[in-house]
Design a protein around this ligand. Structure first.
Ligand code: MEV
Length: 313
């Protein structure tokens, strides 16, 4: 029997990095996903990654991917059974830094294994397994990526003992543009850098973290009120905070500026930073097209999608 499962890509709208320290964050799944297939293999454990990817992404992540797979098998008690299967990754989510490619693969694999071995796991169980798998890529993930990738939709996420996961319902999906800097980034290194600087500059970082927390609450209200101008303003301010904790990059700042100069209501880096992807708020197809074209003209790949659409379970 072939098992199959999907995991959504995601875009963090507010508070990547801050979320690692318990500051609330807002994340949206996007309508692109990774599919994993599990089938019997007579050649021992085989793994085939057919996802389209940023150049060097697969090479640079290959050790982390092995570690992640082992963690998933261990968590699911499938270390022996793995010898008799082949796993294939595919789907329309481009594998790149910042849009949840690692989380989407962990969720998709956990779901496909669950189906193949008839485990009938719930979304909550899949999310827990994917979180363990994410440790292979992130070291100490907050859990926000696997949560968005498992459940889909727009989510308020706060890391605490049990993790607060609440749906944010918006009446109409909002168009966004995601721009890819083409640079593969290492989330573990980005998170470690923030930790080191936070310890060295405790007072400065405390002020930044307090503002990030305020932004989360203001953003949640603005999303519920469909106040696009306010959401955009808060996203741009959030980008400034991310610059202050030194996780942005020249390409990220450049693409954020292009987006804003071309009418985006707000823009920021999304995900771990130091490369990877940025996101621009562009309500309406015309504005989305305009901003996407401007970013593309500068030689960056874009993805036109929306927040508040996809939902699982
Ligand atoms: C990565 O997509 C988001 C980070 O906040 C790390 C994490 O939350 O695990 C940078």
């Amino acid at each position: 029997m072939t098992g199959e499962g999907i995991g959504f890509g995601k875009a963090i709208l507010f508070n990547e990095h801050f979320v690692v320290y318990g500051v609330p964050a807002v994340v949206s799944a996007i309508d692109k996903y990774t599919i994993a297939r599990v089938e019997p293999s007579s050649k021992g454990f085989t793994f085939e990654d057919n996802r389209k990817a940023t150049p060097k992404y697969k090479e640079e992540k290959s050790e982390q991917q092995k570690d992640s797979l082992n963690r998933i098998f261990k968590t699911m008690n499938l270390e022996t059974s793995k010898k008799s299967i082949k796993i294939t990754l595919d789907g329309n989510l481009y594998a790149a830094s910042g849009i949840g490619a690692s989380a989407a693969s962990c969720v998709a694999i956990a779901r496909a294994l669950s189906e193949h071995f008839n485990l009938n796991l719930s979304n909550e169980e899949i999310n827990k397994i994917a979180y363990e798998g994410e440790k292979g890529y992130h070291g100490t993930p907050s859990g926000i990526d696997n949560t968005a990738s498992t459940f889909g939709g727009l989510i308020w996420f706060k890391k605490d003992e049990t993790n607060t996961i609440e749906r944010i319902t918006i009446p109409t999906p909002i168009e966004i543009v995601i721009g890819n800097t083409g640079k593969v980034a290492d989330t573990t290194a980005a998170v470690a850098g923030v930790k080191e600087r936070k310890e060295k500059n405790a007072e400065k970082y405390q002020r930044i973290f307090e503002r990030a927390e305020n932004i989360a609450f203001l953003a949640r209200r603005a999303l519920q009120d469909e106040d696009y101008v306010e959401i955009g303003k808060l996203m741009t301010e959030n980008h400034k905070l991310l610059q202050q904790i030194e996780v942005s990059s020249r390409e990220l700042d450049f693409t954020v500026d292009i987006a804003r100069d071309n009418g985006a209501l707000g823009a920021k880096l999304t995900g771990g930073g130091l490369g990877g992807n940025m996101i621009a708020l562009t309500p309406g197809k015309d504005l989305q097209e305009q901003v996407a074209n401007a970013i593309e003209k500068e030689g960056f790949q874009v993805l036109k999608t929306a927040i508040g659409v996809t939902r699982e379970g």
